[in-house]
Ligand binder design. Structure first.
Ligand SMILES: [Zn+2]
Ligand SMILES: [Zn+2]
Length: 356
């Protein structure tokens, strides 16, 4: 059931509220709601004005699955500091900042070890509690990372690149430091392309494949090795041939995801990393893969430290792909169109919304 009060929701396009948050519910789709923030910042808090948010596959999956939950939009974002709490030392008004999608507590053992994405006391942005697609957001100083240069929509892509970097590091780690043959990446959407680019940075050969020929073409336009899935499956030599597979597919919009193709392509003892998010009803072919002694691991998030390293190391990479990678930028009043386009995977790459 939808719990929104009708007075709180502004449906009309083009009407800008001074203080608002962007939400999504099954009952009403996208809407904006008035908010009021308590602007008394705690000593280590920072008030930020988000400027751009990205939409990604995990948003789309939530939209399809939220049922009676209301989604607060925005987990890939960039914004500017508006004001700071008394003890904030690393930031000043006007600084450009971003954060990982998981806002950790900053105080537990996992946070102290740099594994902020494993903290159990934090808040995931873009879920049911808090999203970055709002006029103002208050976040703890420790969660924020300062960016250099002018603010730009492409800075929202660092979050995806940090997941891709984490995937690459995890894959290389489980293979004792070397990937001796081509890595097959299932799904050449924004996350698949990011993973391929990060592997390329490590000197690893990749092949991206996607059931949509246009997505394979899109990857090729960024100088990646890509082929449409039906063609790849016709090549008998590729069957049960891949020692390393990263599943970056999506199950939104009626897509079947990559599970059946894992069994098609995985060689004996293959290492498989699943970055794609599946629904409860999607059953991993554990039986087939364990018979082949494949090792499967999963990845869903990256730490604040990983994001910091990605911002430091991948600025050049981002610059080299941003023109092709970002296919659409929408104004806030067209957020509903942005969601529509993001679901239309044949048309698009990364979709970004300008919040203010
Ligand atoms: Zn995302
Ligand atoms: Zn913590």
């Amino acid at each position: 059931m939808c719990l929104l009060k009708i007075d709180d929701i502004i449906f009309q396009k083009g009407y800008i509220l001074k203080d608002f948050e962007c939400i999504y519910s099954h009952a009403n789709g996208y809407s904006r709601r008035k908010t009021s923030l308590d602007l008394m910042l705690k000593e280590n808090e920072v008030l930020v004005r988000p400027k751009y948010v990205g939409l990604c596959g995990s948003d789309l999956l939530q939209f399809e699955q939220c049922e009676d939950t209301e989604i607060k939009l925005g987990h890939e974002w960039v914004g500017t500091v508006e004001s700071i709490g008394e003890k904030v030392e690393s930031l000043i008004k006007g600084d450009i900042v971003t954060s990982a999608s998981y806002i950790a507590c900053g105080a537990c053992d996992k946070c102290a070890d740099g594994d902020s994405h494993r903290c159990e006391k934090g808040t995931a942005l873009g879920k049911d509690i808090l999203g970055a697609a709002r006029s103002q957001i208050i976040l703890p100083e420790h969660s924020l990372i300062q960016l250099s240069g002018d603010i730009s929509p492409s800075q929202t892509v660092y979050e995806i690149l940090s997941i891709a970097e984490e995937a690459v590091i995890q894959m290389i780690d489980t293979c004792n430091g070397t990937l001796s043959s081509e890595v097959l990446i299932l799904g050449s959407g924004p996350i698949g392309v990011a993973v391929a680019k990060c592997l390329e940075r490590q000197g690893v050969n990749t092949l991206l494949t996607d059931r949509r020929p246009k997505r394979a073409e899109w990857a090729k336009s960024m100088a990646l090795n890509a082929i449409s899935l039906p063609f790849l499956m016709l090549d008998e030599g590729k069957r049960s041939n891949y020692k390393y597979i990263i599943d970056c597919t999506s199950v939104t919009g009626g897509d079947p995801g990559g599970l059946e193709h894992l069994t098609f392509f995985a060689a004996e003892s293959a290492r498989i990393l699943i970055v794609a998010k599946y629904r409860k009803e999607d059953k991993l072919p554990f039986y087939v893969l364990s018979n082949r002694r494949c090792r499967i691991s999963f990845l869903s998030s990256a730490s604040t430290n990983r994001l910091m390293e990605t911002i430091r190391d991948c600025a050049g990479l981002l610059k080299s792909i941003e023109d092709k990678y970002i296919s659409h930028i929408f104004q806030l009043e067209h957020f509903d169109n942005a969601i529509e386009v993001a679901f239309e995977k044949n048309q698009c790459g990364k979709v970004i919304v300008q919040i203010q």
